[in-house]
Design a protein around this ligand. Structure first.
Ligand code: BG6
Length: 476
């Protein structure tokens, strides 16, 4: 493992992500003595703040977003913090930042700012020696809006940092159950022999949200569900489900396997995608406005997308991967369902045998359930009655005493330690964009516009038909 960072610079330190996720995550790591004694954290943003004011800001954010039992004493963490005011688009300010960091420090920089600011920021850092030696850079999404803009961002970053020092965040990879998927597949002998087209009939990945636009009107309307959720989080989940066993749990090995899957994604036909946009309705017991009302104008941005994807390789030939995500759906749930094939021959006449299903619940509950057929207790005249029963590993029960972590805790610690395994490599991002761009081009060509759906429903009926045409029902 490479050397630990001694200074972490947070760009966008007074922003929403920093407040809700980064500062609370860092404090939680500190409370468990995971940050190491030496680490200093320098926040930077446009607002004029003293060190003391930034520390007060951080304290308030932690008290709001981190449960009291995870905060530790906080005093030690707050003492690590300092602040340097900086307008990233002007050369002034970087000198003060460099002075604050001090000479000969191992630096990691986290950019949680608009991607349009990445280039000037990186130039400023490089000109002041803050990108030199083993300095690392961490980038938050969105990394572009298509392949071309993503390449431009990646090129700007590559001008100052080699790929092995670039950490692209996909916060889904920091989620405990997403990592557990890797453990489930590769620390057990049980699944691997069955993990292929011969034994798996299809896979479903759902990322459903109950929220609407929140306060992200401009960003979201320029993105839509496909680019906001599928391009990154859902394709990463798909890659982890579908990849070949890597030779080791190391950054290069894992990412080599993921990128092969992403490159093997087949282009979609027009019938293989459905888009939707929510109308007003009832969501989580409340009457909520439609997307256009929230936005204040009409729009053709999709807030829901359902896809039928295929991976063109030997392992997955003929196995559809149904993906769906949307805002204002009936519940917040992220899950992966691996649907096995039925037994080749039934010896139970009259019994309906349900194929085995592995349900990997990612959120809100971390749960892994394997549904199996079992005999219903009792004596029958003939044969036996069978029923599907769940074999349930509820993670919180299996690991009592372990608290739920913020996904950023894992990722920030890996950034500080220099471990890229759970970060996305440039070739992965580009393969993801290539597939997404082709879908969008197809929509444009066929003039596809989102179908309306009621807030609080599971999306347009066409999404149900997309699966039902193949005799598949979405798992609900
Ligand atoms: C973000 C998207 O990347 O992920 C948001 O931009 C979305 O639109 C969020 O709400 C979902 O993350 P999580 O961790 O709440 O599932």
């Amino acid at each position: 493992m490479s050397t630990r960072a001694q200074t972490l610079i947070l760009f966008g330190a007074t922003g929403d992500l920093s407040q809700r996720m980064l500062l609370p995550s860092l404090c939680a790591l500190d409370a468990e003595d995971l940050l190491g004694e030496e680490l200093q954290i320098v926040g930077t943003a446009r607002s004029q703040l003293s060190d003391g004011e930034f520390r007060n800001f951080a304290r308030a954010a932690i008290e709001k977003y981190l449960p009291a039992e995870r905060r530790g004493s906080m005093a030690g963490f707050i003492n690590r913090l300092s602040y340097s005011q900086l307008d990233v688009t002007t050369p002034e300010g970087y000198k003060e930042l460099a002075d604050k960091v001090g000479p000969d420090r191992q630096v990691a920089t986290f950019l949680s700012t608009a991607p349009s600011l990445f280039k000037p920021t990186i130039e400023g850092l490089a000109a002041h020696g803050l990108a030199a030696d083993n300095a690392r850079i961490c980038l938050e999404k969105p990394l572009g809006t298509d392949l071309e803009s993503s390449c431009a961002i990646n090129d700007a970053v590559a001008a100052a940092y080699p790929e092995d020092r670039i950490f692209r965040i996909d916060h889904y990879l920091g989620k405990e159950t997403v990592q557990n998927l890797i453990a489930l597949r590769f620390a057990n002998i049980l699944f691997e022999p069955l993990w292929n087209a011969q034994h798996i009939e299809h896979v479903q990945i759902t990322v459903a949200e109950t929220v609407g636009l929140e306060s992200r009107v401009d960003f979201y309307d320029g993105a839509g569900a496909l680019r906001d959720m599928v391009q990154n989080h859902m394709l990463q989940l798909l890659a982890l489900v579908a990849m070949e066993p890597p030779g080791s749990f190391e950054a290069g090995a894992v990412r080599d396997e993921k990128v092969k899957v992403l490159r093997a994604l087949r282009g979609l036909t027009d019938e293989e995608s459905v888009t939707g946009q929510y109308k007003g309705g009832a969501s989580s017991g409340e009457i909520v406005p439609g997307y256009a009302e929230e936005l204040g104008r009409m729009s053709t941005t999709e807030t829901f997308v359902a896809l039928k994807a295929h991976i063109d390789n030997w392992r997955w030939q003929g196995v559809p991967f149904y993906l769906r995500t949307g805002k204002r759906l009936p519940e917040r749930v992220t899950e992966i369902i691996v649907h096995f094939r039925n037994v080749p021959h039934s010896i139970f006449p009259g019994a309906r045998l349900c194929p085995n299903k592995l349900v990997i619940g990612i959120q809100p509950e971390e749960n892994i359930t394997l549904s199996l057929m079992a005999k219903v207790p009792g004596i029958e005249h003939e044969g036996m009655t069978l029923r599907e029963v769940p074999l349930n590993i509820a993670m919180p029960d299996a690991f009592t005493g372990k608290h739920k972590r913020i996904a950023y805790e894992r990722l920030l610690l890996d950034l500080i330690n220099g471990d890229q395994t759970l970060f996305v490599r440039r070739d992965e991002v580009e393969a993801q964009w290539q597939w997404i761009d082709a879908i969008r081009a197809g929509w444009e060509e066929s003039g596809k516009t989102p179908k309306p759906y009621n807030a609080g429903s599971w999306g347009p009926s066409a999404a149900i038909a997309l699966a039902e045409r193949d005799g598949v029902s979405w798992h609900e």
